[in-house]
Design a protein around this ligand. Structure first.
Ligand code: GUN
Length: 341
């Protein structure tokens, strides 16, 4: 978790919702769930964990930090987002990332390249960004076209500028519990759990999905001292999946299948984090589809104690943590180039 994002946390406004919205608070105070207002008796509805509100708090802190950085060093933290091809969903994520970075006082640029860019040209672009002193963070939007060796591209990024936290050096540090740039989605989930008072110590966290982007780093983070979860990672080949997910105090759904987690898979009172963003055909919508998560939200919110919505849950946190990582990368690079004393 980047330094400087956990201290001085402002309260964020509560968003009116049908569901009760979890209170967001400075994580430095982190009381246990016992002090969290319990749901009124007889109410079946889960607390809504408002990712937009938590993300707004993180983004405000990053903006403050970025302004201080610019004042001290005469330049803004710099982020470059590289996108190959014209995948509509990727374009929309990349636009959202660049807009949010700009709003936080980060010098953000999106580098759009054709889907058939030669791998050697992509590697040359990364080398250029690695060498550019104005660039603190590099993000290559995934997935890449099939002909590109994704692992080689990730390895080519300077680990100090790897704001995704995907470089093997950074993954190794994460597993070892060393300070590093943490992958944005799992780091954002940790931040949401912290700021909405979800008790993690000794909790059984069950992660459904074993991707390098979410499942694996999520497990490493939740295992860390300070979070202290007991972690189980499940995937598409797991036997008796529902029997395992029903043991979860914290259930992270990151399997990439619309409404895969149903109410019978969830323990009463569990905290359910939905990482999925799936497009489901919906003729009643003007655009012809609706966005839904990996969790059957309506049914599961009758059982869970707390739940993240889609959209408005994990998604905004991923972007907020990208900004926090960019600021952190800028601070570390600056400190290395101007060591004090
Ligand atoms: N595609 C989906 N999520 C991510 C992410 O967190 N980082 C990158 N680079 N690509 C993604």
């Amino acid at each position: 978790m980047p330094a400087g994002t956990r201290d001085r946390l402002p309260d964020v406004p509560k968003t009116p919702r049908t569901l009760r919205t979890a209170r967001v608070h400075p994580s430095s105070l982190t009381p246990s769930l016992a002090s969290f207002p319990p749901p009124p008796t007889g109410s079946p509805m889960a607390q809504l964990i408002d990712g937009k509100a938590v993300a707004a708090a993180v983004r405000a802190e990053v903006a403050e930090g970025a302004a201080a950085f610019a004042e001290a060093h005469g330049r803004r933290p710099g982020l470059r987002v590289v996108l190959l091809g014209d995948n509509a969903a990727s374009q929309s994520y990349v636009r959202a990332k660049a807009r949010a970075a700009d709003a936080a006082g980060i010098d953000a640029e999106t580098l759009l390249r054709p889907a058939d860019l030669a791998e050697a040209d992509l590697l040359a672009l990364i080398a250029e960004l690695n060498a550019d002193p104005a660039v603190d963070g590099i993000l290559v939007q995934l997935p890449l076209p099939d002909y590109v060796d994704e692992a080689a591209v990730i390895r080519a990024i300077d680990p100090a500028k790897d704001v995704d936290g995907f470089h093997p050096e950074n993954v190794g540090k994460l597993v070892l519990g060393e300070e590093t740039l943490e992958p944005c989605t799992p780091a954002g989930i940790v931040e949401m759990l912290r700021r909405t008072d979800v008790e993690t110590s000794g909790a059984h966290a069950v992660i459904v999905g074993r991707s390098n982007i979410v499942g694996k780093p999520m497990a490493s983070l939740l295992l860390r001292r300070g979070l202290d979860c007991t972690v189980t990672v499940c995937h598409s080949r797991t036997r008796d999946l529902a029997q395992i997910t029903r043991q979860a105090d914290i259930l992270v759904a990151a399997i990439g299948r619309a409404e895969f987690v149903t109410a019978d898979m969830v323990k009463a009172g569990a905290t359910v984090i939905d990482v999925g963003i799936n497009r489901v055909e919906d003729a009643t919508r003007e655009r012809g589809y609706r966005l839904t998560g990996d969790v059957d939200f309506e049914a599961v919110s009758e059982v869970a104690g707390a739940i993240t919505p889609v959209p408005g849950g994990v998604g905004p946190m991923t972007i907020a943590m990208l900004l926090a990582n960019t600021l952190e990368a800028a601070r570390r690079r600056q400190a290395r180039s101007q060591p004090s004393g």
